[in-house]
Design a protein around this ligand. Structure first.
Ligand SMILES: [Mn+2]
Length: 315
């Protein structure tokens, strides 16, 4: 399809603050005959345990994505949107009052955009949305590994009696058989817990963990080496909770924890991730009401662009 790729609005002709309000001013999905990668918004935050507001994440990330100069990525040496047809598929119309209804909608809508030749990058929304996406991914690819960048494990059992929330969805994913055994990885975990047993439970679900404090000793190469070892040649899903960044770099999020990565550290890790086995990705937990100067939404927009550049390199 490379002959017929429709790229973003040309920033040398229409300034970046004007024109389309799609992600990176890409074409809408109904403006192309086929695509390689779709960006989908999942504006749902009914599963948060602390600060709300991530329902406005997709809109804020799209707005911040105007800032991208999307033509050429000098570090990865690729022109992603001339290599793949990328599109904006709009938002899932999530039920704001019922978690399971919203998950069903996210599952059904995302399933329309995933196949062996169609990849999906989803903008949250709180982290609960990942459960709906994982169900769609597994329906196409079978069980998958997850590389999970987050300050939190997200493998609690229940919270105030709720089973599917942004702090419990990863345990549900394990219980539903969505994860390949002993192949996944948490990166960036930190902060105090309700109970020490949270850590022991987590190992049963197939995760190794790189704590934020481990990064100082390991560095990018060792973390990525471990990620490659965990995933091997199996399909994997990348899920980035923006709170994996330090609050200095991502203040606009629901459950901030000090001692996180800098944006440069996170970019270095993301750029080095395995490319060919990545079947999809999401960026979640951007809560614009707590953001300042678009710091957090710009981080999320840039990470989305980086991921799409990896997908272009894999094509
Ligand atoms: Mn999370």
């Amino acid at each position: 399809m490379s002959e017929n790729i429709i790229g973003p609005v040309d920033g040398t002709k229409v300034p970046r603050f004007a024109g389309e309000s799609t992600f990176a001013r890409l074409p809408r999905i109904d403006q192309v005959s086929d695509y390689d990668v779709a960006v989908l918004g999942a504006p749902f935050d009914g599963g948060v345990s602390f600060r709300p507001g991530a329902r406005f994440g997709p809109t804020a990330i799209r707005q911040a994505s105007r800032h991208l100069r999307p033509a050429y990525h000098p570090d990865l040496q690729i022109a992603p949107f001339r290599t793949i047809q990328a599109v904006d598929a709009g938002d899932v119309p999530c039920n704001p009052f019922d978690i399971d209804s919203a998950l069903k909608q996210i599952n059904e809508v995302s399933a329309e955009y995933i196949s062996d030749s169609h990849k999906l990058v989803t903008l949250g929304g709180d982290h609960t949305i990942t459960l709906g996406i994982l169900r769609s991914m597994v329906a196409v690819h079978g069980p998958i590994a997850v590389i999970h960048f987050d300050a939190h494990l997200d493998t609690w059992d229940t919270y105030f009696g709720a089973e599917r929330t942004h702090g419990t969805f990863m345990r549900r994913a394990f219980e539903e058989g969505l994860l390949i055994e002993d192949s996944s990885l948490h990166v960036g975990i930190r902060g105090p817990l309700y109970d020490r047993s949270d850590l022991d439970d987590d190992k049963r679900f197939g995760f190794s963990t790189v704590r934020a404090s481990d990064f100082d000793r390991m560095g990018v190469d060792e973390v990525i080496g471990l990620a490659k070892q965990r995933v091997g040649d199996q399909p994997y899903y990348l899920s980035i909770d923006i709170d994996v960044l330090d609050p200095a770099f991502a203040p606009g999020t629901g459950t901030p924890e000090m001692g996180g990565f800098t944006s440069r550290e996170l970019l270095s890790m993301v750029r080095a991730l395995p490319r060919d086995q990545m079947v999809g990705a999401d960026i979640v937990e951007v809560s614009p009401a707590y953001d300042h100067a678009e710091i957090t939404s710009l981080a999320a927009a840039t990470l989305s662009y980086e991921i799409m550049s990896l997908m272009a390199l894999a094509k």
